[in-house]
Design a protein around this ligand. Structure first.
Ligand code: UDP
Length: 319
């Protein structure tokens, strides 16, 4: 295993960035986290405020920056939920383009390894199922999701260019739907919405007929896969996710069962360009990294329950 000394994590205050920060600190490295807090929260890092091996910089990676010598860069800065990136469209395009270039420049300057958080959205509304890394995708370049999808696709192209032209040691993970504690309660994602609604006794909102599918990975499984990928030095995109596929309706019923809630299910219009199906083919990650997800959806929802309960209680105090 490569022993990192000092690691930069962009987007460290986000859902995944903060879990990754915990994992890298646990491996014995120092971590510098940078985040402009446009969607992340310092609360996700509050438990590290007395950890002398962690430094936080409040900053925007779209402005060139230099945090000093590092031996690895994880590039996780970006709005990531459909609600957030549609609200912050230009910002999402900027961080995926200029921000990624600036983060790559840090890796290039210090000879550091680099891993980028890419996404299953690179496959768009996929016509190949399940999605293998060799599939080029079916993305609407001018639709509402394009600000995210094309930003991430541009990032991938830029990273390959830094790999090929400047010999930076790069990796990229295509992340599929992930959930767990620290998911923003109001970011509009399906798991946070359904868990918050079920625990508050509100109606569960299903978009469309609920027959669209997603495959949900628990945060700790995803982070284990990402760390293994970073250590592998594999340059081409690698899917990390849980391949068990759920319709959104099945997911909602599971949330009701796990929370013991008697909330009703209500239907809302299907958002434009919402992918009809999504399921990773993780053969590459399993073979290359010896990694596979361990936490089933029911168990992961149970593990997330206390977090969402606390968030519901907070909202109830406010209102
Ligand atoms: N969805 C839903 N109800 C909600 C939120 C989302 O039915 O309250 C659906 C959404 O239309 C999509 C799926 O759940 O088909 C996953 O949505 P999410 O926003 O979590 O992420 P996506 O996978 O679309 O990026």
């Amino acid at each position: 295993m490569v022993q990192w000394k000092r690691v930069l994590i962009t987007g460290a205050a986000g859902f995944l960035g903060s879990h990754l920060t915990d994992a890298v600190l646990a491996m014995g490295a120092e971590v510098v986290g940078i985040d402009n807090l446009c969607t992340g929260s310092l609360e996700n890092l509050a438990h590290l405020q007395h950890d002398s091996r962690f430094t936080f910089e409040h900053g925007d990676i779209c402005t060139p920056f230099d945090v000093g010598a590092v031996d690895f860069v994880f590039n996780f800065a970006s709005p990531a939920s459909p609600v957030d990136y549609m609200k912050l469209g230009p910002e999402t395009l900027r961080v995926g383009s200029v921000g990624t270039v600036n983060a790559l420049e840090v890796a290039k300057k210090y000879g550091a390894g680099f891993l980028h958080a890419s996404t299953s959205e690179c496959y768009g509304d996929p016509e190949q199922h399940p999605q293998t890394e060799s599939y080029w995708g079916n993305v609407n370049p001018v639709g509402p999701r394009s600000v995210y999808d094309e930003a991430k696709r541009f990032s991938e192209a830029t990273i390959m260019a830094y790999h090929n032209y400047y010999k930076v040691q790069t990796s990229m993970v295509r992340i599929f739907n992930t959930y767990g504690p620290r998911l923003q309660p109001n970011d509009g994602r399906v798991i946070s919405n359904l868990m918050m609604q079920a625990l508050a006794g509100d109606d569960l909102t299903i978009y469309g007929d609920g027959q669209q599918t997603r495959s949900f990975c628990y945060a700790s499984d995803l982070i284990a896969g990402i760390v293994a990928l970073a250590q592998s030095g594999e340059a081409l995109p690698t899917n990390i996710g849980n391949p068990v596929e759920w319709t959104i309706m099945e997911c909602a019923k599971t949330v009701l069962e796990v929370t013991g809630s008697s909330s009703r299910i209500v239907y809302r219009p299907m958002p434009q360009d919402d992918p009809r199906q999504r399921k990773p083919d993780i053969t590459k990650a399993c073979t290359l990294l010896g990694w596979e997800p361990k936490v089933a959806l029911r168990d992961g929802l149970l593990l997330s329950m206390e977090y969402f309960q606390e968030r519901v209680a907070r909202q109830q105090v406010k209102s």
